[in-house]
Design a protein around this ligand. Structure first.
Ligand code: XMP
Length: 335
């Protein structure tokens, strides 16, 4: 609309003025905030922006391909796709403690990003052709600014939240944070106005450590593959199923929904044979602030479809359960 169009023009002008002809690096996570920041900054300065997308192997199914297709493919932005799956899996081997897992994923993320940033910072060459990046862009939004001001410290003591956008220091770069004044709703509107797909901009939140905290205990590549496929089926059915009272999809009627991998085997039957395979739990919650949450009363018919699809389509999983715990005392994530 007109107001958003105006806002974009102003924001673009501000970014151009701030950055001049210098280069900018941005960590792209696939989440709403970094995606909208990337689209906005790209609109302003085009190829002066390089996005770094770190794939830790714990993303949703096809996430890497989708991010590349959107930003490199459609927006023609410069994106470095760092395939760091093996590095992350290597460091997570044998680690079962949730907080330890978060720390490792957070630390490795910073390390991988720093290594890429160092390459992009480069050196000022005598010829002046490679000036190197001078700016670090982040998708910090207004609630993040308030949060780091110390009003929400209690939450952080329950789980050490690692956020992909939140690098500890600026790597010796100047900070560019064009979304600092915006609330989440405004960020979403801006994203749509910049041409990002509705489904991307209205996505459920996804934690920085990704599937790392949705695979209970030790993280293994094999578990991640099974979980990605089960989770994808759940999300697909939530998006397809419309509630007749509200005419909204169950994806839109829930605040967050996902599958959790339980490294527990149980017995099943398939055809004439016996199976002995893993379990997934489905989690869907409704909340306005994520501090408290109710489990969602999904229609049985929807749960039935999801369960039968997962068991039939994902070999290696033979049992599906639904989590009926509210927060508190349960948390939204299982770890
Ligand atoms: P909990 O499990 O504490 O989750 O009820 C509340 C919200 O925070 C998200 N969450 C995280 N987000 N890094 C993140 O970026 C994390 O380590 C993390 N842990 C939980 C969770 O997905 C939910 O939206």
């Amino acid at each position: 609309d007109w107001i958003m169009g105006n806002y974009i023009e102003e924001a673009v002008a501000r970014i151009r003025e701030q950055v001049g002809d210098e280069e900018v690096i941005l960590g792209l996570s696939g989440g709403v905030d970094s995606s909208v920041a990337a689209a906005l900054i790209h609109r302003a300065i085009g190829d002066q922006l390089t996005c770094v997308f770190v794939d830790h192997g714990l993303l949703r199914l096809n996430e890497g391909a989708m991010v590349m297709e959107m930003f490199a493919g459609r927006l023609h932005a410069k994106v470095v796709h760092v395939q760091a799956q093996d590095q992350f899996m290597g460091h997570l081997k044998g680690v079962t403690d949730p907080e330890q897992k978060r720390k490792i994923i957070g630390r490795e993320f910073v390390e991988v990003f720093q290594a890429e940033a160092a390459k992009l910072k480069g050196q000022d060459t005598a010829s002046g052709t490679n000036k190197g990046a001078k700016w670090l862009a982040q998708g910090t939004i207004y609630p993040d600014v308030v949060e780091s001001g110390g009003t929400k410290t209690k939450k952080a003591t329950i789980k050490s939240h690692h956020n992909v956008g939140g690098l500890p220091e600026t790597l010796g770069l100047k900070l560019l944070e064009p979304l600092r004044e915006l609330f989440k709703d405004e960020v979403r509107e801006l994203g749509v106005a910049l041409g990002l797909p509705h489904d991307m901009v209205y996505r459920h939140p996804f934690p920085g450590p990704g599937l790392g905290v949705r695979i209970l205990g030790e993280v293994k590549a094999e578990y991640a593959t099974l979980l990605q496929r089960a989770d994808h089926i759940f999300i697909e059915e939530l998006r397809k199923t419309v509630d007749e009272h509200t005419s909204k999809t169950w994806y839109d009627l829930t605040s967050q929904a996902f599958a959790v991998f339980l490294p527990v085997k149980s017995v099943g039957v398939m055809g004439d044979g016996r199976t002995y395979d893993y379990v997934v739990a489905l989690r869907a919650v409704q909340t306005s602030d994520f501090m408290t949450a109710d489990w969602a009363e999904l229609p049985y018919s929807l749960l039935k479809r999801v369960s039968s699809r997962i068991i039939n389509e994902v070999r290696g999983i033979n049992r599906v359960t639904y989590d009926v715990s509210s927060k508190p005392p349960a948390t939204i994530e299982w770890e």
